[in-house]
Design a protein around this ligand. Structure first.
Ligand code: ZN
Ligand code: ZN
Length: 274
């Protein structure tokens, strides 16, 4: 048996031997012994999320899911019978609502997957109402989402209304003028289209970011000491360490207060505009 458990939620189930999780897929994906990337058999995908209250009842989802050529049936997963099965020609989907959390289980129609789905339905365990509540709260909390993005190495989502001066020059003069006059011009990441405004260089060797900062689109980036080019939080980890495309300052050592900076780049606090 293969046991799966989502630790933060407490949702778990088992699949027969030979099934494995695809760790590279953002969607919770499981392949059977002969399944794999790009294959449409021996495949189970699971989505977990929130759902609008008007779809809590199975009757409302039966109506919503109905589509031409598909059959809508009631089902049962674990000890939950708020489960609607949508049977299509090639694949099927079970929609389960439990304590306001929506689980969708999509699966192929081959014999191996059918056995696995029966196993999943038999062994599924749902979180307690308290666990479900706290998962829903944190999923809809913008600060929690922003911190989760940072932990995944993504840059913050720009705030909806950001005072930005667009059309700023990408040239060296435009960049440095903005910096040295303290004027916050939009500046593009050197290696992707992201636009940022430099807010602050702390001189403390690090950038302090509160969950509130992250939720309002403020994050960190690397900036070249020499040419002021910026590298966004998603681009700089994949670049050669502490070097800039301008090629200058690679071997430099700078002392700011008690902090020693080596190489071309320093961390700065930025506001993401795009
Ligand atoms: Zn970038
Ligand atoms: Zn540079």
């Amino acid at each position: 048996m293969m046991h799966y458990k989502r630790e933060d939620l407490g949702f778990s189930f088992e699949l027969p031997d030979g099934w494995k999780r695809d760790e590279h897929n953002l969607t919770l994906t499981f392949y059977g012994p002969n399944g794999g990337l790009g294959r449409t058999s021996e495949l189970i995908q699971i989505g977990i999320g929130a759902i609008l209250p008007q779809y809590f009842s199975p009757q409302s989802r039966e109506k919503f899911l109905a589509e031409p050529g598909a059959e809508v049936l009631r089902s049962r997963v674990g000890d939950e019978d708020n489960a609607v099965l949508l049977k299509r020609a090639r694949d099927s989907e079970i929609s389960v609502v439990r304590d306001a959390v929506h689980y969708t289980i999509s699966f192929a129609h081959d014999a191996v997957t059918k056995v696995a789905i029966e196993c999943l339905k038999r062994t599924a365990r749902f979180p307690s109402p308290q666990q479900a509540q706290s998962a829903l709260r944190s999923a809809s909390n913008p600060e929690h989402q922003a911190v989760a993005r940072m932990l995944r190495g993504q840059s913050p989502v720009p705030a909806a209304s950001t005072p930005a001066r667009t059309g700023a020059s990408k040239g060296f003069l435009g960049r440095s003028m903005g910096l040295f006059r303290g004027e916050r011009v939009a500046q593009q990441c050197e290696t992707c289209p992201k636009q940022m405004q430099v807010l602050e260089f702390s001189g403390k060797g690090r950038v302090s970011l509160s969950p509130r900062d992250l939720a309002s689109g403020i994050g960190q980036a690397e900036q070249c000491w020499e040419c002021a080019r910026l590298y966004c939080a998603e681009c700089y980890p994949s670049r050669p360490q502490n070097t800039c495309v301008c090629g200058r300052g690679r071997d430099s050592v700078r002392h700011v207060g008690t902090i020693v900076y080596r190489g071309s780049l320093r961390l700065v606090k930025v506001r993401y505009l795009t």
